[in-house]
Design a protein around this ligand. Structure first.
Ligand SMILES: C[S@@+](CC[C@H](N)C(=O)[O-])C[C@H]1O[C@@H](n2cnc3c(N)ncnc32)[C@H](O)[C@@H]1O
Length: 234
């Protein structure tokens, strides 16, 4: 498999927003994202968490779900253009506890250094196959474990019909898929300046277990899976 780039060139390019453009989402993807929001809302409704962090947040997609559950929201994304738009969405919903931070998922400790305090119970969301942009899952999950957060991973499945749905979606986004890699652990679409994997459930569960996360809630279909993972040592 080609080395996974961080896709920054693609996301910062003129067509980089296409990956999150709702016009490119077919019914399968719309229903996947509806399940994702319902899943997070169900977790936040228990009032266990005071803060939701969404990495790869685009136009702060989960902000309203956090606000409805009276939970502080922090959206993080590599695209700078999103900062202004996020202010617009924050202003439409009466809550002062919402922030957009520019940065990459790998720099979570630096990005959050002064935004979270010890008393906050934090849930961190890897939405809509963001995990598929991560090359070294073990390293990233270890980093997030050490920051003290619980996580939700939302990912496409491998196999059919997920692969066909992703292929059509990336084509609609204008990506010129040159190469596909089919492996036991992942299914990966490759272009010049973009590469996206989906990891198998079993692989993600095995890595999470090694790192020390315990899965407390799951929901899956043949298209996607959602895992709520909590730290074993609180
Ligand atoms: C949630 S991912 C979705 C990926 C896509 N659905 C797929 O199947 O590959 C896309 C969003 O994450 C952001 N993003 C991508 N890589 C990131 C990173 N390393 N750190 C933070 N945000 C990132 C992008 O700017 C974009 O808004």
């Amino acid at each position: 498999m080609p080395r996974l780039s961080d896709n920054t060139t693609y996301y910062q390019s003129n067509i980089g927003h296409e990956i999150m453009n709702t016009h490119n989402f077919d019914d399968h993807i719309i229903r996947y994202l509806a399940h994702e929001q319902a899943f997070i809302s169900g977790i936040l409704a228990n009032q266990t968490y005071s803060t939701l962090i969404e990495i790869g947040c685009d136009k702060v997609r989960s902000f309203e779900t956090a606000a409805m559950n009276n939970v502080k929201y922090i959206g993080i994304d590599v695209r700078t253009k999103l900062e202004e738009q996020s202010k617009h969405y924050f202003s439409q919903c009466q809550t002062s506890k919402a922030f957009f931070l520019h940065g990459s998922l790998a720099d979570i400790d630096r990005i959050l250094s002064d935004k979270i305090n010890q008393s906050e119970r934090v849930l961190c969301l890897f939405p809509f196959n963001l995990i598929g942009n991560v090359a070294n899952i073990s390293k990233i999950l270890t980093k997030y474990y050490s920051t003290g957060m619980d996580i939700v991973i939302s990912s496409f499945q491998i196999g059919e019909p997920a692969n066909s749905i992703r292929r059509a979606y990336y084509q609609k986004c204008g990506l010129d898929i040159a190469h596909e890699v089919d492996d036991d652990n992942h299914y990966t679409f490759c272009c010049n300046d973009f590469q996206s994997s989906s990891y198998s459930c079993d692989y993600i569960l095995a890595v999470a277990d090694q790192v020390g996360f315990s899965v407390t809630k799951t929901f899956s279909t043949k298209v996607f899976y959602l895992f709520h993972m909590v730290r074993l040592l609180q």
